[in-house]
Design a protein around this ligand. Sequence first.
Ligand code: PEP
Ligand code: MN
Length: 345
Amino acid sequence: MILILSPHATDEQIDHVIRHVEDLGFQTHVSRGAFRTIVGVIGDEDKLSVEPLNAMPGVEKVVPVLPPYKLASLEAHPTPSIVDVAGVKIGGGHLAMIAGPCAVEGRDRMERIAESIRDAGANILRGGAFKPRTSPYSFQGLGEDGLKILRETGDKFGLPIVTEVMDPRCVELVAEYADMIQIGARNMQNFVLLTEVGKTQKPVLLKRGMSATITDLLMSAEYIMSQGNFGVVLCERGVKGFDNIARNLYDVASVAIVKGLSHLPIIVDPSHATGRPDLIPPCALAGIAAGADGVHIEVHDCPEEAKSDGPQALLPHQYAELADQIRKLAALFNKTISPPAGVAS
Ligand code: PEP
Ligand code: MN
């Protein structure tokens, strides 16, 4: 950590800062310039970061040397992490092809969609049983019945499943059914929920909050990892923008930025990022080209009957076309798409 002292810091203030830091057990390296003094502090930055050093008279700025997300940082783990979701690898050159309806609506529909996305080459099935809805009067999901349908459908078609948990009290229940637990955008900073999923050993799909910075996203990953669960996959799903021409502002640069900061896999969700079926294919491909470790796409066999997010769903044949294009791009970038354990390669 580096302490930049004010140009007006007095000798007493400078000495006090140095003594205080050394009393805390750190070594200092003092550089006295013509205009200001800089104090380099050597020691465990985590311990020092909890000290309110910038409250000391004469201290102008405290500059950390290490990122605050220690476990999630590339420095902590210089090679890309691979997260294993019931045999499907994500990261380190392996692409996730997550697809399915926004919500689990019923068994027959779930089976039809699962079969179509499996045949198109998806390797993980999604579907929400607990839905975070803006209105309390909108469909809230089928709850545990939805989890059962999703689990049984995944098993029937040989696909691992991912589903959202919204409530810390439901983490155990969702973990019983799911191969991967989704934390939705609205809960990215629900720290109690992050801590609870961190206590499980289930892989976690952590979606970026709609007004969260990239640092916020990585700090939320850190919450999960600090509990011992290292199976975190980040997801760029768009942030609030000023233009309502698309549902959100698809921040494709975040993929490349995260790659320079963290070893964790990051996938893109062009469905929620754009809310428009016509924009999903180009934005999915852009995500892969930017280095994403997979795509998360909502597919519905009859969007006009969908109980949530119908307008943004791709039809099964549209998804199949996109999956073909993704495979071509994957080959170009030397990426592989691991087939689910239950599906012959
Ligand atoms: C979803 O995946 O259906 C969902 C609600 O996504 P998000 O949390 O990104 O809005
Ligand atoms: Mn949705």
